[in-house]
Design a protein around this ligand. Structure first.
Ligand code: PLP
Length: 384
């Protein structure tokens, strides 16, 4: 063979690989088939878009976490929510979406699903399951839950809602990112589709995006998988590897987030500038009984309602933080803070809080360092 051909063709994938602890990262669009008959064999993996070694290994590990072998991976957490909805909804359907859902979920319903003839009704997270079901019509195809709710941390009676929806043939889909698949098991509580942003706690290091959807229903599982093909999404093998690496330490990291989060939450409850802390694992939280019944733990994300003060004072507090970063994500090893009020404006059920709302993510740092940072930021708030 000519040198050009040799340079092009030598050094390609080995027939066998050394046995390593972790799966290899196979980067491939092209999958080489063994013979002509295999080209159109539905049982063969024929194209890299469906995911090779590292996504497959991640799916296997997530199956253990979620309690079902049927795991679909998506390029982001939001893609998992929107992809699962696109997979099962059709024109003419109606859906009930909790008013405290992650804001981009709402944007998808309002901007995209509406264009395809799917109508959304937002429901108050405080509605009792029977009152929620009273909103359903013969066209209602899905109830979307998120517990605790984004930013305002309301709990929902997930098993009762799932049971009532199942009895009417309505699909339930939950955004279980707060429970991380570890502290809450939606499928075991009767939910049809459990979604989480792996970007948060499973990844755990604030450096890559991915989402997953899991179901016990094999028909819906096939619809989820088919929709990935239909839409043309796939996940990067490198990101799948990173997610798998994060998953290995999820059960070690989460208890530390829980412990740190509760310690900081209790410290905040004692501060004169704080009106209340929104954290379902605190005994005086309105959602505590449901959390205690259904969850086995809490992550490091919660809300803080300040006593009434100006936006200038809130900004002075946030700008004074040194250890806490100002950032919209959560679930990584680091502590973060945001001001939530601008995001609460588009809720259907007005959120009535006595003062500004902050959201804190408590990372793996030492609690005393975090409270010292908050303490000096409260001094800046008072001075503003
Ligand atoms: C509750 C919740 N669900 C889903 C997502 C979406 O995750 P991603 O950023 O991977 O799309 C987020 C992101 O902040 C979130 O907070």
């Amino acid at each position: 063979m000519d040198e050009e051909t040799r340079l092009i063709r030598k050094g390609s994938a080995p027939q066998t690989l050394a046995r390593t602890v972790n799966p290899p990262i196979q980067r491939a669009s092209t999958v080489l088939l063994p013979n002509a008959a295999s080209l159109y064999d539905d049982d063969q993996l024929t194209y890299g878009i469906t995911g090779l070694s590292s996504p497959a290994a991640l799916q296997q590990a997530l199956a253990e976490l979620e309690g079902s072998p049927d795991v679909t991976l998506y390029p982001s957490g939001l893609a998992a929510i929107t992809g699962a909805m696109l997979a099962v909804l059709k024109a003419g359907d109606e859906i009930l979406v909790v008013d405290s859902a992650y804001k981009p979920t709402r944007r998808f319903c309002d901007r995209v699903l509406s264009r395809f003839g799917v109508a959304t009704t937002y429901y108050d997270p405080a509605l009792a399951p029977d009152d929620l079901m009273a909103l359903a019509t013969p066209r209602t195809r899905m109830v979307l839950l998120e517990a605790p709710g984004s930013l305002t941390f309301e709990m929902q009676d997930v098993p009762a809602i799932a049971q009532a929806a199942n009895a009417r043939g309505i699909i339930t889909l939950i955004d279980n990112t707060w429970g991380a698949g570890f502290y809450f098991k939606p499928l075991a509580h009767g939910v049809t589709i459990s979604v989480q942003a792996l970007t948060k706690y499973v990844g755990g290091h604030s450096d890559c995006f991915m989402g997953s959807a899991t179901t016990m229903d094999t028909v819906i599982g096939n619809q989820l998988g088919d929709a990935m093909w239909d839409i043309g999404w796939s996940v990067s093998p490198d990101d799948a590897y990173q997610m798998l690496r994060g998953l290995r330490t999820l059960a070690v990291r989460l208890p530390r987030h829980q412990e740190n989060g509760l310690a900081v939450a209790r410290w905040l409850q004692a501060q004169p500038e704080v009106s209340r802390v929104l954290h379902p694992a605190l005994p005086d939280d309105p959602g505590h009984a449901l959390w205690k019944r259904d969850f086995t733990g809490a992550c490091g994300l919660f809300g803080v309602v300040l006593k009434p003060c100006s936006q200038r004072a809130v900004h002075a507090f946030l700008d004074a933080l040194k250890l806490f970063g100002l950032g919209f994500s959560w679930g990584g090893y680091e502590s973060l803070a945001i001001h939530c009020d601008p995001q609460l404006k588009n809720r259907s059920v007005p959120v009535k809080l006595e003062g500004p709302l902050l959201r804190l993510h408590i990372g793996l740092e030492t609690v005393e360092d975090l409270t010292a940072d908050l303490d000096q930021a409260f001094a800046a708030l008072r001075a503003a």
